[in-house]
Design a binder for this molecule. Structure first.
Ligand code: ADP
Ligand code: MG
Length: 375
C-alpha cells in the first residue's frame, strides 16, 4: 500500500491533425495533491473537468506531460500501469462476460504465472473480505449477474491482486437510484475494511461526501480545493466549492458595502458587525448564507430580508423544514422549525457568525465562518 503524491502535474490533450481548433487542451492544469496511505479521497466535479484523466495519470494509462507522480517516495511518472500495482474499477465493469466470477478474479494470477497456492489463498481471502454470499457469485457466469453483483465482482477482481492503490471511476453511476444507495454503503464498508489507498471518482456531490475521508473538487482541469467535508463546507476556497457542497445549496445575494452597511439583494440595509466589515473592501460583493445560517421570523423586523416562500420541504427526522423561495429574485433556502406555519412570507436575518462573503466579479472567498469547534 502506498501514499500517492502529484506534483505540478500537467496533461495536455492534442486535437486530431487537421482539426479546426488546433490548440492543445489542458486536461490537467498543474495538479498538486497528496493522498495518505490507506486514505479514501473522492474526486468530484462536473463532466469533462478532468476526473478520469486524473485517475488515468495516477494509474499510468496516460502519462503526465509535466510534473511527477509518486507512490510513497518512489517516482512512477514514467512507469507502466502493469508495474504500478493498481486495482481499477470502472463504470462498465470490463469483466469477461462468459467467464465465471472466480475466473475473472484469478486471471491476473494466471497471466503473471503465480503459484496455484497463492491464487487459491488470495481468492479465499478476498471472498471473505467481500462478505456473505460472495462465494456464490464467484461460481456464476458474469453475464448472468445483476448490475450490482457485477460491481461486486469488479471490486473483488481489483483487490484480489493486493494493489498499492485502488482507483474507482464512477463505479455505480449505471445502477438505478435505490441500488446505488445500497451499493455505495457496501463500497464504503469494504473500503474501510480493505484500508487500501483509494481514489473514488463521481460527479455526484452526495456520493463524494459519503465515500471520501477527504473530497477533491475539480473544475476545468484544475483542483479547486481538497479537504474534509467540514473544511469544504465551512471554509470553501471560492464560490464554486461553496455552491457545490451543501444540500440545499448556500443562498447567494448580491450586495453593496458602504461604511459597515451592506445593502443586500437591492432591498435591505444590513448592519455588519465591526470585525466582519473591517476586513472587507467597499463596494460590490456577494453575501452567502447556508440554510441553517438564517435567523427566521414571521413578522418583518428592522434589518430583515423579505423572503417569498414557494415551497416547504419537511424533514421529519430533524424536527425541522426547509423553506425554499427567493429574496428579490435571488434563490434562498432557509431552515425553519417543523411547527412553523405554512407562511407565504418569511423574514430573514443572517447570523453573521455563519455568513460567507465572496467577491462580486471573481469567485474568491473574502470571508468564511471556518470549521466550528463542535466538541
Ligand atoms: P471527466 O472524467 O471529469 O468527465 P475527462 O478527464 O474524461 O473528464 O476529460 C477532461 C477533458 O479532456 C475533457 O474536456 C475531454 O474532452 C478531454 N479529453 C479526455 N480524453 C481525451 C482524449 N483522449 N483526447 C482528447 N481530449 C480528451
Ligand atoms: Mg470521467
Amino acid at each position: 500500500m502506498s501514499s500517492v503524491t502529484l506534483e505540478n502535474v500537467v496533461k495536455y490533450y492534442y486535437p486530431a491533425v487537421g482539426a479546426a481548433d488546433s490548440k492543445p487542451v489542458k486536461g490537467l492544469n498543474n495538479i498538486n495533491m497528496r493522498i495518505a496511505e490507506g486514505e479514501t479521497v473522492s474526486v468530484v466535479g462536473p463532466s469533462g473537468c478532468g476526473k478520469s484523466t486524473l485517475l488515468k495519470v495516477i494509474a499510468g494509462l496516460e502519462f503526465a506531460d509535466e510534473g511527477r507522480v509518486l507512490y510513497n517516495d518512489f517516482d512512477v511518472t514514467k512507469i507502466t500501469p502493469q508495474d504500478r500495482g493498481v486495482g481499477m474499477v470502472f463504470q462498465d465493469y470490463a469483466l469477461y462476460p462468459t467467464k465465471e466470477g472466480k475466473n475473472n478474479m484469478s486471471y491476473y494470477f494466471e497471466v503473471h504465472h503465480r503459484s496455484a497456492e497463492e491464487k487459491e489463498q488470495r481468492l479465499r481471502e478476498t471472498s471473505e473480505l467481500m462478505g456473505i454470499g460472495f462465494d456464490m457469485l464467484m461460481g456464476r457466469q458474469v453475464d448472468t449477474l445483476s448490475g450490482g453483483e457485477k460491481q461486486r465482482v469488479g471490486i473483488a477482481r481489483a483487490i484480489v491482486r493486493e494493489p498499492n492503490v485502488f482507483l474507482m471511476d464512477e463505479p455505480i453511476s449505471n445502477l438505478d437510484a435505490k441500488l446505488r444507495e445500497r451499493t455505495r454503503t457496501e463500497i464504503r464498508r469494504l473500503l474501510k475494511k480493505f484500508g487500501i489507498t483509494t481514489l473514488y471518482v463521481t460527479h455526484d456531490q452526495q456520493e463524494a461526501i459519503f465515500m471520501g475521508d477527504r473530497i477533491a473538487v475539480m473544475r476545468a482541469g484544475s483542483l479547486e480545493q481538497i479537504g474534509t467535508f467540514d473544511e469544504l463546507y465551512y471554509a470553501p476556497a471560492n464560490l464554486f466549492v461553496a455552491t457545490l457542497i451543501g444540500t440545499p445549496p448556500i443562498s447567494i445575494l448580491p450586495g453593496e458595502l458602504a461604511h459597515g452597511t451592506l445593502r443586500a439583494a437591492g432591498q435591505t440595509e444590513l448592519a455588519l458587525p465591526e470585525q466582519l466589515s473591517g476586513g472587507l473592501p467597499q463596494g460590490s460583493l456577494r453575501l452567502g448564507v447556508r440554510p441553517e445560517g438564517w435567523l427566521v421570523a414571521r413578522e418583518p423586523e428592522p434589518g430583515s430580508l423579505a423572503m417569498n416562500v414557494t415551497r416547504i420541504e419537511r424533514l421529519f427526522t430533524e424536527r425541522a423544514a426547509f423553506a425554499h423561495g427567493d429574496v428579490n429574485g435571488a434563490p434562498v433556502n432557509a431552515l425553519v422549525p417543523l411547527d412553523f406555519p405554512d407562511a407565504k412570507m418569511l423574514y430573514l436575518r443572517p447570523d453573521w457568525e455563519r455568513a460567507y462573503i465572496f467577491a462580486a466579479d471573481a469567485e474568491t472567498a473574502l470571508h468564511v465562518p471556518g470549521v466550528p469547534e463542535l466538541f
